[in-house]
Design a binder for this molecule. Structure first.
Ligand code: ADP
Ligand code: MG
Length: 421
């Protein structure tokens, strides 16, 4: 099926109200409409969803979107269902639905009302869902957050490994894989596991010029540092990531005690509380979310003004994703990370009980983060280098090292690793 550029732009305007494609969206959609496997590497906020949403509305049959998070599915389904012209064109299938709801979804699909079906990987592997989907015409498969396939990504999910065999069982159709993770290892894993080694690849730059990167030494005064920082940015939305649930709760308490509108978010809270907190944040009833990495994937709040890492992240990959939630509207986004050598040792210790292969991966990822924290070169250059991208300038003018050269963190240097040339 081919559409010329004008027809695609018309559809974009009609369904989504946008006047132009962002980045490679047009070419990506064209490639998929022509029936080719497609691999999209685009940073967070780049506009990946539209790359499968729009073609699903244009093609015959149902597009299956595999996506890891229930919260994220619901956002997207609500969004599609709100597009005035196409009511009821999206559904999801996951463990949150009861039998009646599932039957209704299946009925809509059978009657051809559904163009997009979001499925959690664990629902896709269910026998009766597979049997049902075998009877349905599939337009294409979209694998969102495709890095979940790889142990080298920041969010490995073993069920993602089973996607290809299941596609073969349900019925082969073009595959579009999308991720904001662009390291070579992850990219290779995705292509192999999905069996799309010949896919057309679209890679956009991972540079986020509006994000400011800074690393500060973590001292016992970190809570005070954070309170001071937030007070300097009154009323601004921000996310603070901590590694442990306990720290999340403690820090949220500290902030609240300092008259900051803050709330805690982690996977140990019940789902009602979590979605309430998420709503409160989106509706700006609270300014600051203190969270574990359970928070954020797929949350589209365009004006998050800062992301703070209370603890050193487990990988640079994860760090990039989490900081990527700042400044999605192109406005200011301050990315502040606190770093201490002690934290690094603690994380290394945590790994000791794990299988050796996993430990090796974990250590390597951690060392890359440490190198980033301790570097005195441009942080943007280093982050982009990590994604295989050459940043031409030596001074980005928007990170601590470029703005205040010479202020290097004096951590133990036995773990300092030079930038791999
Ligand atoms: P990603 O999945 O790559 O992180 P999203 O699909 O969530 O990004 O899109 C990010 C934001 O960009 C959303 O608010 C979306 O509405 C917006 N967007 C996507 N495509 C366009 C476009 N062509 N024009 C304007 N805004 C767009
Ligand atoms: Mg997305």
């Amino acid at each position: 099926m081919t559409y010329d550029k004008g027809e695609l732009l018309d559809a974009l305007k009609r369904y989504f109200g946008f006047d132009s494609f962002k980045g490679d969206q047009g070419a990506i959609i064209q490639n998929l409409l022509e029936g080719r496997d497609t691999f999209v590497l685009m940073p967070t906020g780049g506009g990946k969803s539209l790359c499968y949403q729009l073609p699903s509305l244009l093609m015959d049959g149902v597009a299956i979107v595999i996506s890891p998070l229930i919260a994220l599915m619901k956002n997207q389904v609500d969004f599609i269902s709100n597009l005035s012209e196409h009511e009821g064109t999206a559904h999801f299938l996951n463990s949150s639905l009861n039998k009646t709801a599932i039957d209704q979804v299946k009925k809509d699909i059978r009657e051809g009302r559904t163009k997009l079906l979001y499925v959690a990987p664990e629902s896709l592997t269910k026998e009766d869902n597979v049997e049902f989907l075998k009877t349905v015409k599939i337009s294409f498969y979209a694998i969102d957050e495709a890095h979940c396939i790889s142990e080298w990504g920041h969010d490995f999910r073993p069920e993602y490994r089973r996607i290809r065999p299941i596609i073969n069982e349900i019925g082969v159709a073009p595959v579009i894989a999308l991720t904001a993770t662009a390291t070579d290892k992850v990219r290779t894993d995705i292509k192999k596991s999905l069996g799309i080694v010949d896919a057309t690849e679209f890679k956009s730059s991972f540079n986020r010029p509006n994000l400011y990167y800074e690393v500060r030494p973590k001292t016992k005064d970190i809570d005070k540092d954070i309170v001071r920082f937030i007070k300097q940015h009154p009323g601004k939305s921000g996310i603070i990531y901590c590694l442990s649930r306990k720290k999340v709760e403690d820090l949220a308490d500290v902030l609240c005690a300092n008259d900051i509108k803050a709330a805690a978010y982690h996977a140990g809270l019940d789902s009602g509380t979590r979605s309430q907190t998420q709503d409160d944040f989106l509706m700006e009833r609270i300014d600051v979310i203190v969270a574990t990495i359970a928070f954020g994937m797929g949350i589209d709040k365009p004006d998050v003004r800062f992301v703070i890492h209370y603890d050193i992240p487990k990988s640079l990959e994860g760090y990039y994703q989490e900081t990527g939630r700042a400044g999605r509207d192109g406005g200011e986004g301050i990315c502040l990370a606190f770093y201490s050598y002690k934290d690094l040792q603690k994380l290394e210790k945590f790994m000791e009980g794990k299988p050796v292969a996993e430990q090796d991966i974990g250590r390597q990822l951690l060392q890359e983060t440490a190198a980033y924290a301790e570097t005195s070169v441009c942080r943007r250059k280093m982050l982009l280098h990590y994604f295989g991208e050459q940043y031409e300038k030596d001074n980005c003018g928007n990170c601590d090292n470029c703005l205040h050269p010479g202020k290097k963190i004096d951590a133990k240097n036995q773990l300092v690793i030079a930038l791999k040339a």
